[in-house]
Design a protein. Structure first.
Length: 292
């Protein structure tokens, strides 16, 4: 983006906040398509160079470089009752579509759809696990412990986006997991939970993604009219978080939810809670950490 070209000939001891502002304003005129996150990335790079100069004793302080304010867009998810009326429940329509795909024995690129997709959807939404190669598709049976009082699974995510974590699930994950064990009775602890016959996890993820996309096309759920964006299987994670907030009337312990989902309180409030109905009341309740 021209940081070296623009500042490379300058003496680092002479750089000021005004120099940065002139650079970013000129860049904005040339590249109006640059996102706020890209501009903030450039700012971080610029600051890191100046911090190195400060640490080496070349300058005393790092000039101020104001961040560009980013717009937090709501995450797309499948709407559900009571957020919408039962006849408009998108999540139930998705589950029905997944079950119908299996009943129709649809074959996609040589792989026949089974009720495994249905159970994967339930498991993902009940566990908050990201439907990615390093999280959902990496899970093995040794990573699952069935617990009672309350009924739940303990899911060990070994190399997730935010590192290692052990998460409690909602009860729906238990029934889904039991059906998975019945589907593959001969698997061992080191076998993968989903599509264990495919050692290449990228291949397993593509198979599920193709089936999931077909279900969305059949049910008319591919496009989210509220966010005006296309949905992907990652929307299951967004659905899980939104469903927990809504169905507990915002009384869920936000720290516990963030820990289970492998995210932060700030992320949940910014991208989920404040975009849901009664967002202010929910945010206040969530930030009370269950008190009062």
């Amino acid at each position: 983006m021209g940081l070296i070209r623009h500042f490379g000939h300058r003496d680092v001891r002479e750089l000021t906040t005004r120099d940065w502002q002139l650079y970013i304003e000129g860049l904005a005129r040339k590249r109006s398509d640059l996102s706020a996150s890209t501009r903030n990335m450039l700012m971080a790079t610029f600051r890191n160079v100046l911090k190195g100069a400060r640490d080496d004793g070349l300058i005393d302080t790092v000039p101020d470089t104001p961040r560009v304010r980013q717009k937090d867009n709501p995450r797309s998810f499948f709407r559900f009752a009571p957020l919408v009326s039962p006849d408009r429940d998108e999540f139930e329509a998705l589950l029905t579509g997944a079950k119908q795909l299996a009943e129709d024995r649809v074959v996609i690129r040589g792989v026949e759809a089974t009720e495994e997709l249905y159970d994967l959807i339930l498991f993902a939404v009940s566990s908050f696990v990201r439907p990615t190669i390093t999280e959902l598709y990496a899970l093995k049976h040794n990573d699952i412990t069935v617990e009672t009082e309350p009924e739940r699974l303990l899911v060990t995510v070994r190399d997730g986006k935010t590192g290692f974590r052990v998460a409690n699930t909602m009860p729906g994950a238990v029934a889904a997991y039991e059906r998975i064990r019945q589907r593959y009775p001969d698997v061992g602890g080191e076998d993968y939970i989903f599509l264990p016959g495919y050692p290449n996890r990228a291949t397993a993820a593509r198979i599920i993604q193709r089936q999931f996309n077909l279900v969305m096309e059949r049910t008319g759920l591919k496009h989210d009219p509220v966010t005006n964006t296309g949905r992907t299987i990652y929307c299951l994670r967004h659905t899980a978080i939104c469903m927990t907030i809504i169905r507990t009337l915002g009384k869920v312990n936000i720290y516990n939810l963030a820990k289970n989902a492998g995210t932060s309180v700030d992320q949940i409030e910014r991208f989920y809670a404040k975009h849901l109905p009664l967002s202010r009341e929910m945010a206040l309740n969530l930030q009370s950490f269950g008190e009062g």
